[in-house]
Design a protein around this ligand. Sequence first.
Ligand code: CUA
Length: 298
Amino acid sequence: MSSSLDPIVRLSLVVGIIAALILAGVLIALVVFTVRYRDPSRAQPPQIHGHRSLEIAWTAAPLALLAVIFVLSLVTLGQIGQGATFGSLEPPVTVSVIGHQWWFEFRYANGAVSANELHIPAGVPVELDLASFDVIHDLWVPELGAKSDVIPGQRNVMRLFTARAGTFAGACAEFCGLEHAWMRVVVIAEPRADFDRWLAAQAAPATATGRGLEILRSNACASCHVVQGQLAGTSIGPDLTHVGSRRTLAGGVLANAADAMRAWIADPQRYKPGALMPRVPLSDGDLDAVVAYLESLK
Ligand code: CUA
């Protein structure tokens, strides 16, 4: 199985072999000359200062070598960008990524919306369509070799691929304001069948019930959040339709659990100063009902 790292690994190998050959040549010459000329009584070797063809040779040879490496690097860049290594695989899964201060939104073609958690099928190329809601961000998943700026008013495309299932950490890699450091992403690569199941479940509207929903409706929550099928709001904040199924809250600041959710809603600015999420004054009972409702949105 190939990965998006393969062309980079191949290039490193070629450059590494060239460097090793040069190193070997220098070391062999060093040993030979040390042995041959170790006796000071021996005659000096012929002096060749100002030898024109030699000067041209040792200028031209590195130039030619660097030119070859430059061309190989260009070819590799092209392969990574255009996904040439994906040729024989399934058609890519496309996901729209929207950078916000300070969280990432992921929108799938079937209507599923996630936040800070990107599920992808293992062994299938993924094409991320990157856009920004506000300032310049940068999505970086180091282990998958993928990194691209996320620029307002511009669509960037990033290819992501992993042959093996697993969890990969990612983050925003472009300083984008106060909470730039808390713009984390979890990439979860699953076998295709598991991914398809997840995707279908995420696209389904919420079915949870409870007093918490009424409290969300009667407060300002809908001015930033949507719960598909239950709370018609806006997409300024994360879509909450399946928030209970996510691993983290607030761009990775908190692990998702009832007590963390409660603490976050009670005082967002304590955990993420500068975040757009305001403190909504709720009684303890109302807060409990909201937390119970949100955590049941699996
Ligand atoms: Cu977004 Cu740094």
